[in-house]
Ligand binder design. Structure first.
Ligand code: SAM
Length: 221
């Protein structure tokens, strides 16, 4: 899976993608993540990527042209590129917005199965000129019912969540807890933990090795 991220703040991704499972997924070429900064293709003197909104109101709006130019570069360039993914390229464009369709595991699974390349456009300020959505036929996607200052965190959530749906990214597909019986309540050693004189025990069922009963317990906890 190839992720193409259009953002004016590409550096904020470095730390998360440079560690742990994401780092390994990239180095093993299970995923690729490339960045495209609208500032690099602006035609104006100060590399401005935003302007005042038509109709007035506070805040600035991200201009359409630099984003569209990058989107066209990605879709054209990537089609010609020789990358280690053999499938025919299929693109999906997502514009991040708190007003978009709700992102969840099912959405992540569907996109991973259907597409080879995901273009994620990160908004800033008041958002993005709506003609970007019309021209790229993007889907507006929200990661939750709250407003972030920018789309970068949302893009990171989507990259992480989609990546774990790709075989081999977690090492062992059995690690994908969304595909097996799992519980949000879990324990590890010691079996008895003493905190401020009080004893906290691991539920007995988890220590008795009866997997049928353990599955039952996990369904209910
Ligand atoms: N007024 C804009 C709107 O309603 O779409 C929100 C602007 S918000 C301050 C700046 C950017 O952060 C958005 O353009 C979007 O890319 C991103 N963003 C904020 N909250 C988000 C959320 N819950 N899910 C996805 N992206 C979000």
């Amino acid at each position: 899976m190839n992720f193409h991220i259009i953002t004016i703040f590409p550096n904020v991704f470095d730390s998360y993608l440079g560690d742990s499972i994401m780092k390994r997924a990239i180095s093993e070429e299970k995923i690729s993540v490339q960045f495209y900064n609208p500032r690099t293709v602006t035609k104006n003197k100060h590399n401005k990527v935003d302007d005042i909104p038509y109709g007035g109101g506070p805040g600035m709006v991200m201009m359409a042209e630099p984003i569209i130019e990058l989107w066209e570069t990605i879709t054209k360039k990537t089609l010609l590129e020789k990358v280690p993914f053999t499938k025919k390229r299929r693109f999906k464009t997502i514009v991040l917005s708190p007003g978009g369709v709700g992102f969840d595991t099912q959405y992540a699974k569907t996109i991973v199965q259907k597409y080879t390349d995901i273009i994620i456009i990160c908004g800033r300020y008041e958002g993005i000129d709506s003609r970007v959505i019309q021209i790229t036929q993007a889907e507006l996607v929200s990661i939750g019912n709250y407003v972030l200052t920018g789309g970068e965190l949302a893009a990171m959530v989507i990259i992480d969540s989609m990546s774990r749906q790709i075989d081999g990214v977690l090492g062992n597909s059995n690690s994908r807890e969304e595909d097996r019986i799992s519980s949000h309540e879990m324990y590890t050693r010691p079996a008895e933990l003493i905190h401020k004189g009080k004893k906290y025990h691991v539920p007995k069922v988890l220590m008795e090795g009866n997997h049928k009963l353990i599955d039952e317990w996990r369904k209910n906890h």
